[in-house]
Ligand binder design. Structure first.
Ligand SMILES: [Mn+2]
Length: 321
């Protein structure tokens, strides 16, 4: 981390550890990095005081339930009590989805907002913005902060932090994996985090309906004339395989293994009349966060996403796939 950020580290530390009530908020549909970050930060703050809770519009995904505290996440944020809000891994102000419940969230002058994140598309919505796009995961940023802040990294905190790194690097396989990621991971395993357990929980637990859904998505993938590899998942596909969109997590990495294409795109219908797009590339020449931004989304250079309103007409899908 850039040493010139030193004062912002101290400002954030002063706020978080001053016994003010702290709300920690990861992004909606939280993933392994969002949950790992929120849990690690909560445990770090608890070394100083207990006025801290995690709030999220969605619960923690089941693959993070092995982490201590992952079930203690509330959707009900009361900003009359929680005046200090620390967003983690939340790449834009809209990504927490809390401002749909609390419209003045980002305009209320009585609230202090801290933003700790690593997304390139971050729109710097906080009073304090610690956005480090070099870090592969938000938990890498937190690891560096905890060192600066002299936090004791317990076995549980180490496990939370390493989970974030595993999730966002695909267990050190994605191109965002750096020497820093590997060094931090090594230190965290020394502190008691289990590399093997985390990898197993995140990527190695499946069920037969999920495997069949994946088979369908892979079979239906196609490469367009524009060299974009796409696969489409409709709500009826999810019903047919008795699955939810959560079961698709990670499949985009398989679509992305095909060379000689610009990027891969997985389009998934959601229940709220929307279509979620995940896009990935192995080609450094493209900046997918810019493509995602056109549709109101964001992310990283080689891994991004967006959501648009609408649904697929089954007839059209049948013609394409
Ligand atoms: Mn992340």
């Amino acid at each position: 981390m850039n040493p010139t950020n030193y004062s912002i580290h101290q400002d954030i530390k002063q706020h978080l550890f001053s016994k003010e009530y702290v709300a920690i908020i990861p992004h909606r549909s939280p993933d392994g990095d969002a949950i790992g970050s929120a849990l690690a930060l909560k445990k770090a703050i608890q070394q100083f005081h207990d006025n801290v809770e995690i709030f999220c519009v969605d619960p923690a995904p089941s693959y993070t339930h092995f982490l201590d505290g992952s079930l203690q996440i509330s959707p009900n944020l009361n900003t009359n009590i929680y005046k200090l809000i620390c967003f983690v891994d939340c790449g834009s102000s809209s990504m927490s989805e809390f401002e749909t419940k609390i419209p003045n969230l980002f305009k209320d002058p009585t609230l202090t907002i801290i933003n700790i994140d690593h997304h390139k598309s971050n729109d710097l919505y906080g009073k304090y913005n610690l956005v480090d796009t070099f870090s592969a995961s938000t938990t890498e940023i937190l690891f560096n902060l905890f060192k600066i802040w002299n936090i004791t990294i317990t076995k549980n905190i180490a496990q939370d932090l390493l989970t974030g790194i595993h999730f966002d690097t695909g267990s050190f396989k994605h191109p965002n994996t750096t020497t820093q990621s590997l060094k931090i991971a090594s230190e965290l395993t020394k502190l008691g985090a289990s590399n093997n357990l985390i990898h197993k929980q995140l990527f190695k637990i499946s069920n037969s309906s999920k495997l069949k859904l994946w088979g369908n998505v892979l079979t239906n993938s196609y490469i367009s004339k524009q060299k974009i590899l796409t696969s489409i998942v409709t709500n009826s596909d999810l019903q047919k395989y008795n699955s939810t969109s959560k079961d698709l997590e990670g499949i985009i990495d398989y679509l992305n293994t095909v060379p000689n294409k610009k990027f891969s795109m997985l389009l998934t219908e959601d229940k709220n009349n929307g279509i979620k797009a995940s896009i990935r590339t192995i080609n450094n020449a493209y900046d997918l966060s810019k493509i995602a931004a056109i549709f109101g989304g964001g992310g990283h250079k080689m891994a991004s996403g967006f959501r648009i309103e609408g649904h697929f007409e089954q007839e059209i899908v049948n013609k394409i796939v």
